[in-house]
Design a protein around this ligand. Structure first.
Ligand SMILES: Cc1ncc(COP(=O)(O)O)c(C=O)c1O
Length: 345
């Protein structure tokens, strides 16, 4: 099966399995796991933050970060296509009592600076208190676009003017860094906090990091415990994470190249529409432009022929490249799309 559903389907590499076997372990809830300490120290250094905390998932990373920044009744400004808004089960609201103010995401994953400025509440008893701006880098629903340092700095300036905090959901932060040719540390400078995932393009089996100031991370740690995310010999997971950070970052450029090749090929297939200019990292969106077949049928036909991907909305699909997909499989996928589309006509 060529599995293009997500970069979350990636499996640990043999080197990761080996590092798991040999990891030094302790009870991390008692703060005694040396491998977790190593991963957290490395993550803080990479992001240029004072501290970092390992959590089980990207969802818990965002939830604990937002809850650590905000009081109940505070408002967070975020995009209407943000993962935190769409796909995290409304946790910031149901568990944190935090009000979300959704702004339209532009195609490149940004919120316009004017929209942000206009969304900031006046100090008035009728209004919730604006506390936090949440961004996503790269942006999953917005073609995998990375947010540029100029944009991040501009948002930082607005935040400073209004004494707001900035959080970045960096589930694919390393894809952004590789695509922009800029260090993760520099990309994180304008943000008070960032998360990143080990278990997406970096191919580790489990886990995400929350990074920020010491006091903030202390609050995140308490919240992680509240949510049942305190784990004991979690070093077996951290060991794979360290290996991922050491060996899996630079190769993300190859996933980006493969995604572009997929987009180029799809753009030449009759009945499919895809713009390679809108494929900056490892995510490819395309649409089906034929009336005689629906999206479910296309997905099912391709699956029957060994290729898996998701229909995101009617006749709109997403393919995600990752280390489990090589150049030959990109070619195979394109050949199968051609065959299936031709066979239908
Ligand atoms: C942008 C973004 N943020 C957060 C998450 C959540 O990560 P997890 O699935 O580990 O909870 C995802 C997952 O795909 C994501 O794409």
């Amino acid at each position: 099966m060529i599995d293009l559903r997500s970069d979350t389907v990636t499996l640990p590499t043999p080197a990761m399995m080996d590092s798991i076997m040999h990891a030094r372990l302790g009870d991390d809830v008692l703060d005694e796991d040396p491998t977790i300490h190593e991963l957290e120290k490395k993550s803080a250094e990479l992001t240029g933050k004072e501290a970092a905390l390992f959590v089980p998932s990207g969802t818990m990373a965002n939830l604990t970060a937002v809850l650590a920044h905000c009081e109940r009744g505070d408002e967070v400004i975020l995009g209407d296509q943000a993962h935190t808004f769409l796909y995290e089960a409304g946790g910031i609201s149901s568990l944190g009592g935090i009000h979300s103010h959704q702004l339209k995401n532009q195609d490149d994953g940004t919120l316009t600076l004017n929209d942000i400025k206009n969304a900031i509440r006046l100090d008035n008893v009728h209004f919730p208190k604006t506390r936090l701006i949440c961004l996503e880098n790269t942006h999953n629903r917005c073609y995998g676009f990375p947010l540029t340092i100029d944009y991040l700095n501009a948002v930082r300036t607005i935040a400073n003017e209004h004494e707001l905090l900035v959080h970045v959901d960096g589930a694919r932060l390393f894809n952004a860094s590789v695509a922009l040719g800029i260090t993760v540390k520099e990309l994180c400078k304008p943000a008070d906090s960032t998360t990143f995932c080990l278990s997406k393009g970096l191919s580790a089996p489990v886990g995400s990091l929350v990074c920020g100031e010491e006091g903030f991370i202390h609050r995140v740690k308490r919240l992680r415990k509240v949510l049942g995310g305190g784990m004991r010999q979690a070093g077996i997971l951290a060991a794979a994470g360290i290996e991922a950070l050491d060996t899996m970052v630079e190769r993300l450029a190859l996933d980006h190249k493969h995604a572009k090749a997929l987009a180029d090929g799809i753009s030449r297939i009759n009945g499919l529409q895809c713009d390679p200019e809108f494929v900056p990292t490892n995510i490819v969106y395309f649409t089906l432009e034929r009336g005689d077949i629906n999206g479910v049928e296309l997905v099912s036909l391709m699956k029957k022929n060994g290729i898996q991907f998701f229909e995101i909305s009617p006749k709109r699909f997403r393919l995600v490249t990752h280390c489990g997909i090589d150049a030959a499989e990109i070619e195979e996928t394109l050949a199968m799309f051609s065959r299936v589309m031709n066979g239908l006509s």
